[in-house]
Design a protein around this ligand. Structure first.
Ligand code: ADP
Ligand code: MG
Length: 321
């Protein structure tokens, strides 16, 4: 099977590559063409996943396809964008039809869940690596950025934290757990649910937003810096799943929620008057803190004591002291 046959069989022929609203030209030419309605902006984000760094190698290609697109789509959710399309740059060590079949199947399922159409890509040989670029649309001026948090706003998250990081020892085969505990954590890791509906709902409501990929404290630091405010996180308010608590205990679950990555849950700041409406529409939302004057992120216990840990989250190139 040559390169063009591979592209045709597994990607051009895939259900998610058959075009749709906004896709004027899909796979097969030198560029794809997207139509953006007047009054809307294009939101664009790229994510690269490297075997052995972002996922175990070898791993299940079906799950990898699902997860790669979910992770990319989560950035659209964080901006309040409506999903439109994506491209896939795929570097493969060999062209293994059964691997590609399973990978394309996982990718298709997530593309359908997220209403994203495959419009192009690139296929090369080398160590396994995927780069996905997602495109979304958002009414002009309404994208949720990291820069608008106001003193007095509430700090909220879209749902339970720490499940992705909690799953990691299971994914890596370092630990085992009974299915009732392992399954929900592994499901969260391999098939994160990008909070697309919540992101779109928060347009014109939230003052800032992002998706948590590197750990709550590290990612809240980005909002604090971009908005020139201080974020206060209450440890007692962290939403933790029963599976995570059963697997890691309270200390471990809190550590996973605060500093672990791979959650793909939204964190956002909200004027207090918006809270009842948001809770009524999205019951998984939790208030976990407040926006204060100042800078940085501070973690407090039930008595209000500062218990901010030194370690913040994962960085590929850590800052030198
Ligand atoms: P070019 O040489 O002009 O860059 P290619 O031969 O690389 O084009 O690709 C041919 C067509 O197939 C293009 O439309 C490209 O976007 C698409 N394509 C290539 N690889 C992939 C892939 N992995 N997934 C989806 N589309 C792909
Ligand atoms: Mg070309």
């Amino acid at each position: 099977m040559g390169e063009f046959e591979l592209i045709r069989n597994f990607f051009a022929a895939a259900p998610c590559a058959q075009g749709g609203e906004g896709v004027a030209l899909g796979i097969g030419d030198d560029c794809a063409l997207l139509s953006v309605p007047a009054g809307e902006q294009l939101a664009i984000s790229t994510d690269t996943l490297v075997a052995g760094v972002h996922f175990a190698d070898p791993c299940d290609p079906f799950l990898l396809g699902q997860r790669a697109l979910a992770v990319a789509a989560s950035d659209l959710a964080a901006m309040g964008a409506t999903p439109l399309a994506f491209t896939l740059a795929l570097t493969l060590p060999h062209n293994d039809a059964s691997w590609l079949q399973a990978f394309a199947h996982g990718l298709n399922l997530m593309a359908q869940q997220c209403a994203l159409r495959l419009i192009g890509g690139d296929t090369t040989r080398g160590p396994l690596c995927l780069t996905l670029t997602v495109f979304g649309r958002v009414p002009t001026g309404q994208a949720l950025t990291r820069g608008g948090a106001q003193v007095g706003d509430l700090l909220c998250v879209g749902g339970e934290l720490g499940n992705g990081a909690g799953a990691l020892p299971l994914v890596l085969g370092q630990r085992t757990a009974e299915p009732a505990i392992a399954q929900p954590l592994l499901d969260h890791y391999w098939s994160p649910k990008p909070q697309l509906a919540l992101g779109q709902y928060l347009r014109n409501k939230a003052s800032s937003a992002l998706d948590i990929s590197d750990g709550l404290l590290a990612d809240c630091g980005h909002i604090a810096a971009a908005s020139s405010v201080r974020l206060r996180v209450e440890r007692e308010a962290l939403p933790l799943s029963s599976a995570l608590l059963a697997f890691l205990g309270q200390e471990g679950a809190r550590e996973a929620a605060l500093s672990g990555g791979d959650d793909y849950v939204l964190a956002f700041t909200l004027p207090p008057g918006e809270l009842p409406g948001v809770l009524a529409a999205h019951g998984s939302v939790r208030v976990i803190g407040q926006v204060l004057a100042g800078q940085g992120v501070v973690l407090v216990d039930a008595t209000g004591r500062d218990i901010t840990p030194a370690h913040r989250g994962y960085q590929h190139f850590p800052e030198t002291p």
